[in-house]
Ligand binder design. Structure first.
Ligand code: MG
Length: 394
């Protein structure tokens, strides 16, 4: 990578991580040059972003855009293939993958195959295709620098720590918006309540996944691949303040922790600048103001999605792709008001039961598993909707 300007592609630039990336860029105009941006539907915002940062290429979802919105001189491409082209663009050094769900998978594979640094915020890339992505990266020399706050913290704690000293990893979880809801009332949680995250401000999909802890199970799978850590050496603790983002347990019993404010721009800036750590003016953590930090074990009874996804991750092959696709379909149905919160776990469980996973981890097998799981999950979802087990149990 050139030591001058870092040339960046931001896939998913209108989402919360994408907007954070552009905020970091706007504070470091001398360091970063945004070459391209993408959004599936928010074309007006995308065009405004392209104008603001001077991007020369944008990719949008198929149809549904007016060239009148697009600034002069900006090349527009359409559809899923366009994302792969941006991800492997020779004029780009760092590909930020802030896409939601399995749509992020192929662009990650393309970027890694092209030897890019991938600033990875898309969880499904490693959940569904961790083996493939890491194998390809080791061939091409592509760097994967995590943007997820927990993995960014682990990455930083592990930087300079010899592997031989590391015993295990500890991921923290806020516990999500339903952490204090009585166990028997978990499944009936309404959309508004589920979307009210106590510490992080994120998109709907990841916020719902935080309430069910599906998000944390995916993060365990990501950590397993990113840091080559066996599953039984990755622990999850509920930590309601979201200040300790993760910890590394060393063999002598001591722990390394990485703390910071719950602000995604910190891991974003780190992934763009690594190995440098530029100064910024973001809010500082006032530990005296916080007073106390709390840690609790995960009560698995509260979070069936956590166990289902983690089980699929441990199984490997196409299992985690099936579980993640079922989760994505179920969360979409929940946010659209078709099924209840508790039904998300039902959809994942039944989808996993109906499909036979294979041990293949090539891209075609994973994409097929994803498509099959989505179809099965949608069938299960409409069955649940018809049987009226839906949102309010009516
Ligand atoms: Mg996270």
């Amino acid at each position: 990578m050139s030591r001058d300007m870092v040339r960046i592609a931001v896939l998913g630039s209108t989402g919360s991580v994408g907007r954070g990336v552009l905020d970091v860029v706007s504070r470091n105009r001398d360091k970063f040059d945004v070459v391209s941006l993408s959004a599936w539907t928010s074309v007006k915002l995308l065009s405004a972003q392209a104008r603001a940062v001077g991007a020369s290429r944008i990719a949008v979802g198929p149809g549904g855009f007016s060239t009148a919105d697009v600034p002069a001189g900006v090349a527009v491409t359409e559809g899923a293939d366009a994302l792969e082209a941006l991800a492997s663009d020779p004029d780009v050094d760092v590909v930020v993958n802030a896409l939601v769900g399995a749509s992020g998978l192929r662009p990650t594979v393309a970027a890694v195959a092209a030897g890019k640094r991938v600033a990875l915020a898309n969880k499904e890339s490693l959940v569904a295709a961790g083996e493939l992505v890491m194998r390809t990266a080791s061939k091409t020399g592509a760097e994967i620098v995590p943007v997820d706050s927990e993995h960014s913290s682990l990455f930083r704690c592990l930087r300079g720590t010899p592997d031989a000293e590391v015993d295990s990893l500890v991921l923290t979880a806020s516990g999500g918006p339903l952490r204090d809801r009585p166990l028997q009332e978990m499944s009936a949680a309404g959309l508004e309540e589920v979307l009210a995250h106590p510490t992080w401000n994120m998109g709907d999909k990841v916020t719902v996944d935080s309430a069910s802890l599906a998000n944390k199970a995916m993060e365990v799978i990501e950590a397993h691949w990113l840091f080559e850590m066996p599953f039984d050496r990755i622990e999850v603790l509920i930590h309601r303040e979201s200040v300790v983002h993760s910890l590394v347990r060393l063999k002598d019993g001591s722990l390394l922790a990485h703390l910071g404010p719950p602000d995604m721009r910190v891991p974003i800036q780190y992934a763009l600048s690594y190995p440098d750590v530029p100064e910024n003016s973001f809010e500082r953590c006032d530990l005296a103001e916080l007073g106390a930090l709390h840690f609790e074990r995960v009560d698995a009874r509260r979070y069936p999605c956590f166990s289902l996804l983690l089980g699929a991750g441990r199984k490997g092959g196409t299992s985690p792709a099936i579980a993640a696709a079922a989760d994505e379909a179920a969360v979409a149905a929940f946010t659209a008001g078709f099924i209840g919160f508790g039904d998300i776990a039902v959809v994942i469980e039944r989808t996993l039961e109906s499909l036979r996973p294979t041990s293949s981890t090539d891209l075609q097998s994973i994409l097929r598993a994803d498509a099959d799981a989505r179809a099965v999950a949608e069938e299960i979802t409409s069955g649940l909707t018809r049987s009226g087990v839906g949102p309010n149990g009516e």
